[in-house]
Design a protein around this ligand. Structure first.
Ligand code: PLP
Length: 390
């Protein structure tokens, strides 16, 4: 057996989901699955591609029309206008696959990656599978879950290879501001580090503009630009979780030459017809993306108020992006975060995820509001009906 795999575990979110699915009408506030369907012009593009017999092998790093659509999109939406070469775009099997391949490509045994804490569970395991070590740097509610640059730099050691960022952030909903990203780039440039930017929630953002770290690198030397790996997915923006489509952008020939092998020997390319759907998503109307975001904003406001009206939890500021609300558990609840989650499942058939899953050392809980508004309303009603304080 491989040495790493036995120590890698499935996310605790799976155990919450499995228990909920045994109940009648569970409220799925544990899951990051959009309640919306993929916009029909995207689905139709795939059907058309199949009818046009786009059923053959595609180049393993992606079809040219999709790479070109990505270049247009990153210039328009992300302001990364200095990447112009389609070879610097790699089409992958979803956000997770892009991140996995990126870590495999840059890490050697024992290399350290600075990662926010709390953080989406999968990242630490992907780093481990690539032989790397995770070094956590805390995100704190009093700083709206944005890093303190001095604290970030204090985590750099001679073994540090990369910094991972995820903005908007899962699980806190925190959004990094332009000045945070500039400070981070200064640290990366000074210590010659890679920056891996997970932008899975770029379109689920409420009160600020999404800033891509690579867009700020224009003012830095090209060797800094060449060490920024921007990872994107169609999953959340276009409600395309089941399609498994994403892309990685990095203006670095050597990186591209190596990551190509990871893509070739893991998937040998994303399904051809799916890639044509991706072209329609990026080049087509973005109304559905904006409409979904507007709906998430309403759900956020609803849940923010609902959670804060429970004596068991408190969330200081409304999350600025993604579709998660992260709350501290108050002293009214003397048990652990896991016990509170179990209580919500057993008493209210309601899902949530304990902060422990995200490596948090404080007693916290994450609710997702990607589920329907009706589910959120019912969850709030149940939370406020008979609060049983442990
Ligand atoms: C922070 C973050 N990054 C990346 C992903 C990957 O998404 P996918 O593999 O569905 O594209 C997710 C999924 O939940 C996520 O939460």
């Amino acid at each position: 057996m491989n040495n790493y795999l036995p120590e890698v575990v499935f996310s605790g979110i799976v155990s919450v989901r499995d228990r909920l699915l045994q109940l009648d009408n569970p409220l799925r506030l544990e899951s990051g699955e959009p309640s919306f369907d993929t916009p029909s012009h995207i689905t139709e593009a795939m059907v058309r591609a199949l009818a046009d017999k786009e059923t053959h092998y595609a180049p393993s790093t992606g079809i040219k029309p999709l790479k070109e659509a990505v270049l247009r999109k990153i210039a328009r939406r992300n302001k990364i206008d200095y990447v112009k070469n389609p070879n610097h775009v790699l089409i992958v099997n979803g956000g997770m696959h892009g991140l996995y391949c990126a870590f495999q490509t840059i890490l050697n045994q024992g290399d350290e990656v600075i990662v926010p804490r709390p953080n989406w569970t999968a990242t630490a395991w992907m780093i481990r599978l690539a032989g790397g070590q995770t070094v956590f740097c805390d995100l704190k509610p009093e700083r709206e879950y944005r890093w303190d640059p001095a604290e970030l730099e204090s985590k750099v050691t001679p073994r540090t290879k990369a910094i991972l960022i995820n903005t908007p952030h899962n699980p806190t909903g925190g959004v990094m501001q332009r000045e945070d990203l500039k400070a981070l780039l200064d640290v990366a440039a000074k210590h010659d580090l890679w920056v891996i930017s997970d932008e899975a929630y770029e379109d689920v953002i409420y009160d600020h503009e999404h800033v891509s770290v690579a867009s700020l690198a224009k003012e830095y030397p090209s060797k800094v630009q060449a060490k920024i790996i921007s990872c994107y997915t169609f999953s959340k923006s276009y409600a395309m979780t089941g399609w498994r489509l994403g892309y990685v952008v990095c203006p670095n020939d050597e990186f591209v030459n190596q990551i190509k092998k990871m893509i070739l020997y893991t998937i040998n390319g994303v399904s051809t017809a799916t890639q044509f759907a991706g072209v329609a998503a990026l080049d087509g109307p973005q109304d559905a993306v904006h409409a979904m975001c507007a709906e998430y904003r309403k759900r956020r406001d609803l849940l923010f108020e609902g959670v804060n009206s429970s004596p068991l939890m408190s969330c200081e500021t409304p999350p600025g992006g993604a579709f998660y609300l992260y709350a501290r558990i108050t002293e009214e609840w003397s048990g652990s975060a896991w016990e509170l989650v179990n209580h919500l499942i057993d008493t209210y058939a309601m899902g949530a995820v304990p902060g422990d899953i995200f490596y948090d050392t404080q007693k916290s809980i994450r609710f997702s509001y990607a589920c329907s508004t009706e589910m959120i309303e019912m969850a709030i009603e149940r939370l406020n009906s008979t609060v049983q304080v442990k």
